[in-house]
Design a protein. Sequence first.
Length: 335
Amino acid sequence: VIKCLLSVASEFAHLHGNIRVFCRVRPLLPSDHAENLEHHCISSIEEVLNFIRVFPPCSSQEVVFEDISLIVQSALDGYNVSIFAYGQTGSGKTYTMEGPHPLQDDTMGIIPRAVHQMFNSVVELKDKGWKYTFTASFLEIYNETIRDLLVDKTVKKEHKIKRPTSNAVHVTNRKYLNVETVLSLIKIAKQNRATACTRMNESSSRSHSVFQLKIEGLSKKGNITSTLTLIDLVGSERIDKSESRDRLKETKAINCSLSNLGGVFIALANKDTFVPYRNSKLTYLLQNCLGGNSKTLMFVNISPKNSSFGESLNSLRFASKVNKCVIGTAVANRK
Ligand SMILES: Nc1ncnc2c1ncn2[C@@H]1O[C@H](COP(=O)(O)OP(=O)(O)OP(=O)(O)O)[C@@H](O)[C@H]1O
């Protein structure tokens, strides 16, 4: 397995595309010890991957955010920015994107930190003549159905994706909020996410969550419009491992939408005339945030458990494919 990991890792080293891929290995949890862990596995992953950007288990949320804060910041310059968290259930995707206790300072994840950074920067940019407005939305894609995480679970509204023009994607009935209120609603959104029990993680999220911040900046020098999209992808484990038979349809939809995401990246990299955005709700929703006009970063989250080694390898293979994708230089949306 280590030999295999080495070969995947060396692909990372030689083939850098312009979708950046960062790897984060979560620490061991007290509950992991029951599984007869072999600690050397963690060091193996770190060792073989230490020549790309790998965040070892001890990396704090602050350290992780420091490395992506520039790309987040570029959304204020008019670039569409998308950041994904990919990995098996329980590998730390939600921890990375949201944090375990939303809004608790030291463990805050990327979403609240990004919003705070936007707030702070806007104050500075105001002195330079820029005025920004932000509106946020928080959606979930569960079994190819869109749900709005900013409205109560009991409110049933149908959401459809529409493309009124080639550079606009609309979701019907989507709720937008001023960014001042969205931080406290991250907590509600977290509670509203669809969860189901799997053998691997009792509170496993079975949905993609998509946080989008629409940014409009006005100044005498010009205007910018952009979208910062932060995506916590569904767990990537293969069907045979989750063993939730009654959820077979759900797991198939999950696997299908994740492989379609990979397919979109590959089509973009190959400069194919047809990119299969419409094959899944996720890629259709993100159509304008992926591709040559945007900056894309993917975290591949890894569990240190020995029993997760196969899934870790699988995640690294996917990340390796994504890492090879050269999709062109990002262009700012400025007028
Ligand atoms: N870097 C970390 N430091 C400390 N604890 C972590 C870290 N990453 C993850 N954890 C813990 O590991 C457990 C699983 O993490 P998390 O829920 O983020 O996984 P996930 O990949 O989002 O799973 P799911 O697919 O079910 O959403 C949680 O208890 C979380 O608090």
